[in-house]
Design a protein around this ligand. Structure first.
Ligand code: 13P
Ligand code: SF4
Length: 332
């Protein structure tokens, strides 16, 4: 046996208990491709006193085999504020790493690929927020966390898809500006009496689903349960049985165990839930988020080895943006 084969063998043995977590979604033949990086990352985490936060859209070998904390944007923000680790690696997109940094200004927060952006975050600038404030004087600005720190700093309070309605209502006002996701804003407007002033940002992953597509899937599949993320267009949400954040969607499937489910969101969501349960059939379509998919075992390993790329936010921006995130976390 060569030294390389010996190393691979050792990595496969060392990670066999982790492979058990993903065996429903990763074929045994593929595991040797992941095992060495999984073993190395778990060793590096101990050496660096690091934790890995992984969003629900990360691939199963990241989500189930190297992450310490998993969940939707709200859970990741909450748990990021509680960790004792010195280093936080965000297996997610850039705005999520910025949120973790805002809540942990003295810790090293790493984003394994700095290009992991978000079409919603790219749809609005702090200048746009200032212009909105001029157009609607005195109306508070509620900002989805899928935004840059500068935009959060120019806002009154943040929200996620998991708490948007509660955050809007917590302000006890007749109208709010809700940025940047137009479809989430429209969904919130169906759930509250508060008048919602939307922006025109869209998620490039969820805007591609259509109500017509949902109807076609239902025709071909009796008893199909359709659950959707609120970043989907209104006709998709109307055609769905349940609407919720990524964590709420996962909880719905794990607790209700529908025989067949269509999850209208990013593809890895279904894989990560399917890894944990075997009595639900997951019907496609799904869409890939190219930003989330920039995060790989290789760049997580490299980030832990080099402690780069680290997220930095200028102090005045960080101070204002932190206030918007902390206000959100105070809303129950
Ligand atoms: P969640 O907060 O529901 O996890 O959504 C984040 C996201 O980027 C969805 O596209
Ligand atoms: Fe942004 Fe959409 Fe990707 Fe979520 S799925 S990170 S909203 S582009």
């Amino acid at each position: 046996m060569t030294q390389l084969e010996h190393g691979l063998d050792a990595a496969i043995r060392e990670t066999s208990h982790l492979y058990e977590r993903v065996r429903r979604v990763i074929p045994p033949l593929e595991w040797p491709l992941h095992a060495p990086a999984v073993a190395a990352i778990n060793q590096l985490k101990r050496k660096r006193n690091a934790v890995i936060l992984a969003h629900n859209y990360q691939t199963p070998e990241i989500y189930h085999c190297v992450a310490d904390i998993t969940g939707d944007s709200l859970a990741l923000a909450r748990r990021a504020s509680e960790t004792d680790a010195e280093v936080i690696v965000m297996a997610g997109v850039h705005f999520m790493a910025e949120t973790a940094k805002l809540l942990n200004p003295d810790k090293t927060v790493l984003i394994p690929d700095e290009q992991a952006g978000c079409s919603l975050a790219a749809s609005i600038t702090a200048k746009d927020v200032r212009l909105l404030r001029e157009t609607y004087p005195g109306v508070p600005v509620v900002t989805y966390v899928n935004t840059s720190a500068e935009v959060k700093a120019a806002s009154d309070i943040c929200c996620t898809s998991g708490n948007a309605v509660q955050v809007v209502e917590s302000l006890e006002r007749d109208r709010v500006i809700f940025i940047p996701d137009e479809y989430l804003a429209k969904y919130v407007a169906t759930q509250t009496e508060v008048q919602i002033i939307p922006w025109h940002g869209h998620c490039e992953v969820h805007e591609r689903f259509t109500g017509e597509e949902v109807r076609r899937y239902r025709q071909g599949s009796d008893g199909l349960v359709v659950i959707a993320h609120p970043e989907c267009p209104p006709d998709v949400l109307e055609a769905s049985d349940f609407v919720g954040s990524t964590a709420q969607m996962a909880d719905y499937v794990k607790s209700r165990r529908p025989a067949r489910v269509l999850m209208l969101t990013e593809c890895s969501m279904s894989d990560n839930v399917a890894a944990e349960i075997d009595d639900v059939e997951f019907v496609r379509p799904c869409n890939l988020c190219p930003h989330m998919k920039r995060i790989t075992l290789d760049n997580i390993r490299q980030a832990l080895e080099t402690l780069q790329p680290a997220v930095e936010i200028p102090a005045p921006v960080a101070q204002q943006a932190r206030r918007s995130v902390e206000r959100m976390l105070e809303v129950q």
